[in-house]
Design a protein around this ligand. Structure first.
Ligand SMILES: Cc1ncc(COP(=O)(O)O)c(C=O)c1O
Length: 418
């Protein structure tokens, strides 16, 4: 049997697939790596697990709700009550002028990006190519293989500033960001997976201005942002303009197993996403919406994000930073990206003798899973830029004991890497 070029592209393996594979094997006890500092699985927070249990009990206790959740197709756009509740929440929390016509549900953020990239990117009606521009690489590994046409992604190398001993931060390099007519959309994750960077309000406004001048969308991946799950440690105001397309997922709020996300966008974009959902999947799963719907309607989702989820990850972030200060050799030229949100520390080994892939293999043999950073620089033309092979992504979402044990081993390898 022969696969099509598109089939080969989608099935030929990817960074995200090997990452999920390593994760899955380790979690099922087959793999050799008990210290899971690689994946993006959110933590199991007891207070949140109590909320899920109580919501499940409420759903099963009411036969009408149970039937609606299990035995009825939702419209492709999503449950009307949940769409309205989310629009009300966004109006109240952020003052955004949105209604249900601005929202479409998708089976997780990952699928939302697949829809959006291929909705805007790719060959246009006049035959010219449309590209998706990532204004600040590194960006989320999960985007890398989603383009249905080769060459659709392009990215810009960031500016780097040293912000303190063993600390650095990326900035959008606006000098080198001048999207041509081939650019059909821009996309940023905020906070950014992998680096924990938070594109500043001024940077985001500047990007939105460029999007407005060019009349292209600015897609903002809110997987870790406000209003849920709110894993944001720096200051960041959400932005709505006629050009912004937000993707908000329930995954890092604690429900990755329900595969539920929301695209919040101009009505024609939300309608297009809902049509794509109908073609590819008929309808969304109901469970995530059934669990979260009442929490969105009451605003409880924002309170839980502010009072439980954010403090939980902030404490874990601080514990991880303390472990690094304790275990990493102070005289080695390692640097961490300023941790402004998300679940990861982004480690830069400037001038290391080993590449991030070599370090990944060494660490895997020692029972520690991290993600080699080069996967996150997809779409960046300059292969020769050595920084892209010098970074590792380390998750701090697992138990404190695992994170400390993993960081101790990573610290030993950092000492040997120079
Ligand atoms: C930045 C970012 N965007 C999107 C996703 C996709 O998440 P999901 O499909 O579970 O909503 C992830 C998952 O890790 C992510 O980190």
């Amino acid at each position: 049997m022969k696969f099509s070029a598109l089939g080969q592209n989608l099935s030929g393996g990817s960074g995200i697939e090997s990452l999920m594979d390593d994760l899955g094997k380790a979690l099922s006890g087959v793999g050799p790596a008990p210290l899971m500092l690689g994946g993006g699985n959110p933590a199991h927070i007891p207070e949140m697990e109590a909320v899920w249990k109580s919501r499940m009990e409420q759903i099963t206790a009411d036969p009408a709700v149970l039937r609606r959740t299990l035995s009825i197709y939702d419209p492709p756009r999503g449950n009307a009550g949940v769409l309205k509740a989310l629009a009300d929440l966004l109006r109240k929390e952020f003052g955004w002028p949105v209604g249900p016509e601005n929202i479409a549900v998708t089976p997780g953020g990952q699928t939302a990006f697949y829809f959006l990239f291929n909705l805007f990117g790719g060959r246009r009606a006049d035959g010219t190519p449309g590209r998706i521009l990532f204004p600040l690489m590194p960006e989320y590994i999960g985007y890398a293989n989603q383009a249905l046409e080769p060459g659709m992604f392009t990215g810009v190398q960031p500016g780097i500033s040293h912000t303190g001993p063993h600390r650095f931060k990326y900035h959008v390099d606006f000098k080198n960001l001048s999207p041509g007519s081939d650019v059909a959309a821009m996309c940023v994750s905020r906070p950014t997976n992998p680096s924990g960077n938070l594109i500043s309000d001024a940077e985001l406004r500047h990007l939105a201005d460029i999007a407005a001048q060019r009349d292209i969308p600015l897609i903002i991946d809110n997987a870790y942002g406000w209003p849920f799950p709110g894993i944001v440690f720096g200051e960041a105001k959400p932005l709505w303009t006629g050009q912004t397309v937000h993707v908000m997922s329930l995954s890092k709020f604690g429900l990755p197993g329900t595969r539920t996300a929301f695209v919040v966008a101009p009505p024609e974009v939300a309608a297009a996403v809902s049509s794509m959902m109908a073609v590819t999947g008929l309808a969304n799963g109901n469970f995530g919406q059934a669990i979260a719907g009442p929490l969105i309607a009451s605003g409880e989702i924002v309170r839980l994000s502010r009072e439980i989820i954010r403090p939980f990850y902030l404490r874990k972030r601080d514990a991880a930073l303390e472990a690094i200060a304790e275990f990493f050799p102070a005289d080695a030229p390692y640097a961490l990206h300023e941790s402004e949100g998300a679940l990861f520390l982004w480690l830069w080994l400037d001038g290391a003798k080993k590449t991030s892939r070599e370090l990944y293999e060494i660490l895997k043999k020692r029972g520690v899973l991290i993600v080699p950073g080069d996967y996150f620089f997809f779409g960046l033309p300059d292969e020769g830029w050595r920084h892209r092979r010098e970074c590792l992504r380390i998750s701090f979402a697992m138990s404190d004991a695992d994170v400390r044990a993993g960081l101790k081993i990573i610290g030993e390898e950092v000492a040997r890497a120079f």
